[in-house]
Design a protein around this ligand. Structure first.
Ligand SMILES: *Cc1c(COP(=O)(O)O)cnc(C)c1O
Length: 493
């Protein structure tokens, strides 16, 4: 499989090169040259395959440059005993015909683990294949969950280092504690004053600066990315859509029958993987993009204009507090019939004016696949409360946004899967506030966690409980302009 850039389709690289580079040199994103087909017969067969085997099949299609045995090994190690559920991504029925795809059973309790447990293996194989002798330094901007998942995946992986920048204001108490207590000899965690877009913009500036790359090269270091702009993040995510569909089949879905998926969306990585699964032939009818009050994507799908000139609101679903949704560029590339000149034009307009508009024919193409909805914090809390009252189950605020949108848009009884992206215990204070208003007041973050578990009659996840005794190891903090010097200082040590 060859990969091409969304901004220059004449440029093509191997899967291994795409994973190491992260971003294409022209600033575009790598996309597969074609989509492997998922035949109906194979899909039926997969109903009896465990998760790791489905993931391995997907990765083999997209990384045919990596030996099959190595890919199998990566998948087996990525989706193993570090998950607290044997199914890896259990699909459970919440309401009749409405299922939750629980993607939060990995080591950091958010769906980012589904890709970031596999990415280090893909990265190491890619380094071996391309003869990369330099140390690879993974630089990540996180809205909360990617950072911890990347730290967990890359900690003490030989030949790599990992630096994570998180917004000082805008991550939950548990998310922050997970990161600042991170152990490992090759890790660096930096609080950036500002929101996620500030952190992401600062990190993107470093990636785009050839003089930084040159200086690092002299030290034998190469920068790479573990954000969802990296193809190595997206490919593993395709697997859980296929997996979910095969489990729907186990609970009575007829062969070839369609299902809808509702995805709480920020940087558009998760829902894009669903679109790719659909392109491969997975019987998905509609993909529903769910946004919080930062509804730039919702407005884009409604109007055809992407307009990032607006205030970013901090919400209860911080991993979706994003105005520049990077992976949308990959969808635009497909919507435009892979016309790289059109994509370049829109991206230039976005850079220069903060906005762009797609023509009606391309908007119609989008309408054929995607729907969009949004919900504010009030809707988020109401959704958590409703699900708890009606089913006794807890959902996190991101999943709650998707739940709210589901309730608003559902119009028939096509089976529908809501993608559950984080454990409610990563956002314990807000979830407790939703189901028992006032009870979180005056309690510290751990007391809140135990109060939530008691209320819901369940256990605090082991990994959250374990945070309580861990020392804070990372206190570095800077303004967005200071990321480069902090990074250099760390790399020089
Ligand atoms: C990252 C994240 C999202 C958004 O996913 P994208 O791939 O950026 O669209 C939603 N919910 C949670 C909990 C997340 O961590």
């Amino acid at each position: 499989m060859q990969y091409i850039s969304t901004r220059d389709k004449a440029r093509s690289v191997s899967g291994a090169q795409a994973v190491i580079a992260g971003l294409a040199p022209d600033g575009g994103l790598f996309v597969p040259g074609s989509f492997p087909a998922l035949e109906g017969g194979l899909l039926s067969e997969m109903a009896s395959w465990p998760y790791a085997r489905i993931a391995s099949w997907v990765l083999r299609q997209y990384f045919d440059d990596i030996p099959a045995s190595a890919v199998e090994d990566i998948a087996a190690r990525a989706y193993g005993a570090q998950f607290d559920d044997n199914a890896i991504a259990p699909l459970t029925e919440l309401f009749s015909g409405q299922y939750l795809l629980e993607l939060y059973h990995g080591p950091t309790l958010a769906f980012k683990d589904m890709a970031l447990q596999a990415l280090p293996g893909l990265m190491l194989e890619s380094m071996r294949l391309t003869g990369e002798k330099r140390e690879v330094c993974i630089l990540v901007a996180t809205s909360g969950d990617t950072g911890k998942a990347a730290l967990d995946g890359f900690k003490d992986v030989s030949g790599t280092r990992i630096a994570v920048c998180y917004p000082a204001s805008g991550v939950s108490a548990a998310q922050k504690r997970q990161m600042v207590t991170q152990e490992g000899g090759n890790v660096f965690v930096l609080a950036v004053e500002g929101n996620f877009d500030d952190a992401q913009t600062g990190v993107k500036r470093i990636f785009a600066d050839a003089s930084i790359a040159g200086a690092l090269d002299k030290k034998g270091i190469r920068l790479s990315s573990a954000n969802s702009i990296n193809w190595g993040r997206l490919a593993p995510q395709i697997a859980y859509y296929i997996y979910a569909y095969t489990r729907l089949a186990q609970s009575g879905l007829r062969s070839g029958e369609h299902a809808d998926f509702v995805v709480p969306t920020g940087n558009f990585g998760n829902i894009l993987a669903a679109y790719y699964a659909r392109r491969m032939g997975l019987p998905i009818r509609r993909l529903v993009c769910a946004s919080n009050a930062n509804r730039v994507l919702h407005d884009f799908f409604e109007t055809g204009e992407y307009n990032s000139r607006r205030t970013l609101y901090p919400t209860l679903s911080p991993s979706m507090d994003i105005l520049i949704s990077s992976n949308l560029e990959r969808l635009l590339f497909e919507a435009a019939g892979r016309d790289d000149a059109l994509v370049n034009g829109w991206m230039r307009s976005l850079r220069e004016t903060g906005a762009f508009r797609i023509p009606p024919d391309i908007k119609a193409w989008m309408d054929g696949v995607f729907s969009a909805g949004w919900g504010d914090d009030g809707a988020t809390l109401a959704s958590i409360r409703r699900v708890f009252e009606q089913t006794g189950r807890l959902i996190d605020p991101h999943t709650a946004v998707a739940m709210h949108v589901t309730q608003r848009l559902r119009s028939d009884d096509t089976p529908l899967v809501i993608v559950a992206t984080a454990s409610p215990f990563k956002f314990a204070a807000d979830v407790l506030e939703a189901i028992a208003p006032g009870e979180a007041k005056g309690k510290d973050e751990f007391a809140v966690t135990y109060a939530l578990a008691k209320k819901a009659g369940c256990e605090v996840p082991e990994r959250i409980a374990a945070l309580e005794g861990k020392p804070v190891l990372h206190t570095a903090r800077c303004a967005p302009e200071g990321i480069e010097s902090e990074l250099m200082r760390w790399l020089n040590n």
